[in-house]
Design a protein around this ligand. Structure first.
Ligand SMILES: [Cu+2]
Length: 119
């Protein structure tokens, strides 16, 4: 006896396994297994460096830490956006990208600009 319920269950398991296998082979890595990392620290009202460098074409863990105040970063021309403290993984093309604070943090907000060099 081969019930249709069983067929549905096994199909589901198969699809799930397929998803796991293809998921592993994709290049979307986690913060833990990124190939490089960079930490951007914010205070009132500046980033701890004017320029940050990361390798191109690699999974880079980008960390944002608020040392003082409450800030967030957006890296223009990429989909990197971290509001408050946090980390994301990005694989970027070579170039220079502008890092800005994207949380209205007060007087010096507009001056919070840095550069991310990807090479
Ligand atoms: Cu700001």
């Amino acid at each position: 006896m081969f019930s249709s319920k069983k067929v549905v269950t096994w199909s589901f398991v198969f699809v799930l396994l397929l998803a796991v296998v293809t998921g592993c082979s994709s290049n979307k890595s986690t913060v833990e297994d990124a190939e490089a990392e960079v930490t951007i620290k914010s205070s009132n009202w500046e980033f701890d460096q004017q320029t940050y460098k990361v390798p191109a074409g690699k999974d880079v863990a980008i960390h944002h830490v608020n040392d003082e105040g409450h800030h967030g970063i957006t890296i223009k021309g990429t989909n990197v956006k971290i509001q408050g403290d946090g980390s994301v993984v990005a694989n970027l093309k070579p170039g220079e990208y502008e890092i800005i604070c994207d949380i209205m943090c007060g007087t010096g907000h507009d001056e919070m600009i840095a550069t991310l060099v990807v090479e």
